[in-house]
Design a protein around this ligand. Structure first.
Ligand code: PMP
Length: 426
């Protein structure tokens, strides 16, 4: 059995069956914008390996930071110990986070950072003597991760319906941009205020479920409601943060500050898993002054030193260049290059912001056509649902962006394929 055959029959890939799974390409290495396959072919990573690669794959400074940290301390439990990479990273995050969000919980993935944020909201309310407030308000069309609590906060009709029976029920406002959606925020909060601990959303871009861009007025309304009803406002910046949409944080579009913010993905520049939940002093103090006082979460690999060192190196690189300008240049290429897609029969909408660009299709092409375009253009794309999208590394230059956009156009020009099961994201 070749390694690839073993992989096909024994190793689950994301959202894939072990029976007739979609093709997995064997990767030898990755460098800069490119993923290098074992036969030497190269693919430009048009989706930044699920949106986390910011400065290119295997950035030498980040690789070096991991290597030199590894010589000193690869891991130690965070219960009872601390270390320089964790303290340095926390201090540096507090300098770039929205002002006041300087209390940090290090988590090991985005989904866990979301679970932690929700537990913070709940413990905040419990500390205030409101133990009946165990629900969140979330937005239809959202996505917050694949763990149970994060799934329960994601679009109720989305990819997680299968698990409905085991999930807690939360309350949902309408998908931003649909009729009456802005008003539905207040309606849901007023109806359920006694049960709500907080509000959670992906600011400006609902990514993995809907690829839906929406306006800052929703964030301002959520802020006003959270203040009025003493709810914890959580912005999930895991996908949109670190300049994916232009500014460092998506919430900057609205000039709104949350009480709690989750970050992940590009935190280490896409080199090693790490996420964080940042909280305001008010949230942290309330939890700490309540009962039990302790915040009740603590994963084994919390604040892993290798990951924290990688994140510090990534923050150095972010600080060394104007990433908002890089993102604007990416937006410029995609907006021009994708314009002809509007005329394609199978394309319903073309939209984008910063380094996130989407062709919404009537229906995706067949898996064979998608694979053929990837191979012919040397561009890695991973369409899902009804979306052909690009989220390239933020350092993608004009030539690479043109190639990615051209591959998207070629894919969108293919005939619609049969609807496949598990055409889920991310
Ligand atoms: N929140 C958002 C907004 C995301 O886009 C994702 C991942 N796509 C997550 C949370 C979950 O992150 P992870 O896959 O690292 O658990």
């Amino acid at each position: 059995m070749t390694p690839l055959e073993y992989d096909r029959t024994h190793i689950w890939h994301p959202y894939a069956s072990l029976k007739d799974p979609p093709r997995a390409r064997f990767v030898r290495e990755a460098r800069g914008l490119e993923i290098v396959l074992d036969d030497g072919r190269r693919l430009i990573d048009g989706v930044a390996s699920w949106w986390c690669v910011a400065h290119g794959h295997n950035h030498p400074a980040i690789v070096e930071a991991i290597r030199s940290q590894g010589e000193k301390l690869c891991h130690v439990m965070f219960g009872g110990f601390t270390h320089e990479p964790a303290v340095e990273l926390a201090q540096r995050l507090s300098r770039i986070a929205p002002p006041g969000l300087d209390r940090v919980f290090f988590a090991d993935s985005g989904s866990i950072a979301v679970e932690v944020a929700v537990k913070m909201a709940l413990q905040y309310q419990v500390a205030k003597g409101r133990s009946g407030r165990g629900k969140m308000m979330a937005l239809a069309g959202g996505y917050h991760g694949d763990t149970a609590c994060a799934m329960a906060l994601s679009d109720p009709d989305g990819m997680h319906v299968l698990f409905e029976g085991m999930m807690p029920r939360h309350y949902f406002a309408a998908k931003p941009g649909t009729p009456g959606a802005l008003e539905s925020l207040r309606r849901v909060v007023e109806e359920h205020a006694d049960e709500l601990a907080g509000i959670i959303c992906e600011p400006i871009l609902q990514a993995a479920n809907a690829m839906n861009f929406y306006g800052g007025e929703y964030l301002r309304e959520m802020r006003a409601l959270a203040d009025e009803f003493d709810l914890v406002l959580v912005f999930d910046e895991i996908a949109a943060g670190f300049h994916r949409l232009g500014p460092r944080w998506a919430a900057e579009f609205a000039g709104v500050k949350p009480d709690v913010m989750t970050i992940g993905k590009a935190l280490t520049g896409g080199h090693i898993t790490l996420a964080a939940t940042l909280a305001s002093e008010k949230v942290a103090d309330t939890i700490s002054n309540g009962r039990p006082g302790a915040f009740m979460h603590g994963p084994t690999y919390m604040a892993n030193p290798l990951a924290c060192a990688a994140a510090c190196a990534s923050l150095d690189i972010f600080a060394s260049a104007d990433y908002a300008a890089k993102t604007a240049a990416i937006a410029d290429v995609f907006s021009r290059r994708l314009a002809p897609a509007k005329a394609l029969e199978n394309v319903v909408d073309v939209r984008g912001l910063g380094a996130a660009w989407v062709l919404e299709m009537r229906s995706l092409p067949s898996r064979e056509d998608i694979d053929r375009v990837i191979d012919e253009h040397g561009v890695w794309l991973r369409p899902f649902g009804k979306f052909i999208y690009a989220m390239p590394p933020l350092v993608a230059g004009e030539a690479a962006c043109r190639r990615i956009a051209d591959a998207m156009l070629a894919m969108a020009s293919c005939p619609p394929g049969p609807q496949a099961d598990g055409d889920f994201h991310e």
